[in-house]
Every structure is written in C-alpha cells, then in structure tokens.
Design a protein around this ligand. Structure first.
Ligand SMILES: *[C@@H]1O[C@H](CO)[C@@H](O)[C@H](O)[C@H]1NC(C)=O
Ligand SMILES: *[C@@H]1O[C@H](CO)[C@@H](O)[C@H](O)[C@H]1NC(C)=O
Length: 209
C-alpha cells in the first residue's frame, strides 16, 4: 500500500505549495503589547495617516482578515528609497498575542515590499496597530509610460494569528487536511490488505480441497 500512501502525500504536499505558485509573499511577525504602557518600538502620529483599509480578527466586530486592494508604487529615488507608503489599521487585536501580516502579489507584477508595524503615538492603551506597506516597482521595460509611471499593484493583505504562539491559523486547515487524508489512506490500505488476504486464503483453501 506504499503506492497509495505516497500518492496521497504527494497530493497533500502539492496542495501545501499552491499558494506560492500563485504569488510572492512578504511578511512581518509581531506581538501585540499587553501592558497599557507597552508599545511597539515604532510609534506613529495617527492623525497624519491616510488609511487604505482595515483588518480585524475580532469575531464580534465585523471580522476581516483579507484585503484585496491596489497599492500605489514607484521606482526608488534617493529621497524615497522604499517608494510609496500605504497604511492599514489592524483593529481589535488581542493584547499579548502574536500575529503575522502578509502581502501577496502576482509574479507578473514585479514589485518589492517592506512591511513594518507601528503603535499609535497618542493612545498607548489601545491594542490597535498600524501596518505600513512600502512598495516599489522592480521591473525594466522599454515602455516609457510604464517607466515613469508604474501602475498600481494588486495585492492581498492578510492578517493571521499564531495559535499557541507558533502556528498561523490559516495553516490549520492544511494540517487538518493532511491528517484526514493520512487517516483515510491508512484505512483504505487496511481494507485492501484484508481483501487480498481473503483472496489468498480462499485460493489456498481451494488448492487444499
Ligand atoms: C499629531 O499631529 C497633529 C497634526 O499634525 C498634531 O496637531 C498633534 O499634536 C500631533 N500629536 C502628537 C502626539 O504629536
Ligand atoms: C505602454 O504601456 C501603457 C500601459 O500599459 C500602454 O497603454 C501603452 O500603449 C504602452 N505604450 C507602448 C508604446 O507600448
């Protein structure tokens, strides 16, 4: 039954890698401060920010873990080596919990991203966090329009909580899937072995008789 098991595991393995076939990923991992006076290393005055959107893991308020949006980008310059900044509010995070924020984009729109997280400057009691995404275009083309004015890049911005501080929640489903497939293939293997066993015994009996 090695063949069947191998097949299922190969399939599960393929499934694990499908996201990376679709997209490139850049991420930042951070822990939410759990003391009222605690804050992240970086702070930002939120009254000056233009937010492009909001993500929240809180089930009570509208839960939103994925934001599909077009981000402005530019070629790096001396004054802005990381291109254009966009800000996303991460709201309703659990104090003390670990999260990962990811940006995924298609390989057909070559870009580089930098992600960093900030605490609000004026309200340290809040567990809200501001995610900064800096985007540059990283391609070369003979098209002058595209070289002077890079088009926005379509991205998925994903917020993921680490369960028990180690495993991103979005990977749990893949883990469960592998466990289920392994169980099913083990059981199927057992049935087939019993069936083969039955045939062999019957064959022996027939011979003896
Ligand atoms: C944040 O910026 C606003 C507007 O520029 C300013 O009025 C305010 O004092 C700043 N807040 C802090 C805490 O620096
Ligand atoms: C350059 O790219 C833009 C945007 O994709 C397109 O509209 C335009 O036709 C292109 N120009 C040339 C000369 O290919």
């Amino acid at each position: 039954m090695v063949g069947l098991d191998a097949f299922f595991f190969f399939f599960a393995w393929l499934l694990l890698w499908t996201p990376s076939a679709y997209a490139n990923t850049e991420k930042v991992i951070f822990s939410v401060p759990d003391t009222p006076s605690g804050a992240l290393e970086n702070v930002i005055n939120r009254s000056n920010l233009d937010l492009i959107g909001q993500l929240s893991p809180a089930a009570g308020s509208p839960e939103k873990l994925l934001l599909r949006i077009e981000l402005p980008r530019d070629f790096p310059t001396e004054s802005a080596p990381r291109g254009v900044d966009s800000w996303v509010l991460l709201k309703g995070l659990k104090p003390g919990a670990r999260y990962e924020a990811r940006v995924c984009w298609a390989a057909t729109t070559p870009s580089d991203f930098w992600l960093s997280v900030y605490s609000p400057l004026d309200d340290s009691s809040s567990s809200d966090i501001y995610l900064k995404i800096s985007a540059i275009a990283s391609y070369y083309t003979t098209n002058a329009t595209l070289m002077s004015n890079p088009e926005p890049v379509l991205v998925d911005i994903i917020l993921d909580e680490f369960l028990l501080g180690v495993l991103p929640r979005s990977l749990i489903n893949v883990g469960l899937f592998i466990v289920v497939i392994a169980g099913v293939s083990w059981y199927t293997g057992l049935l087939v072995i019993r069936w083969l066993d039955g045939i062999t015994k019957k064959g022996l009996k027939d011979k003896v008789a």
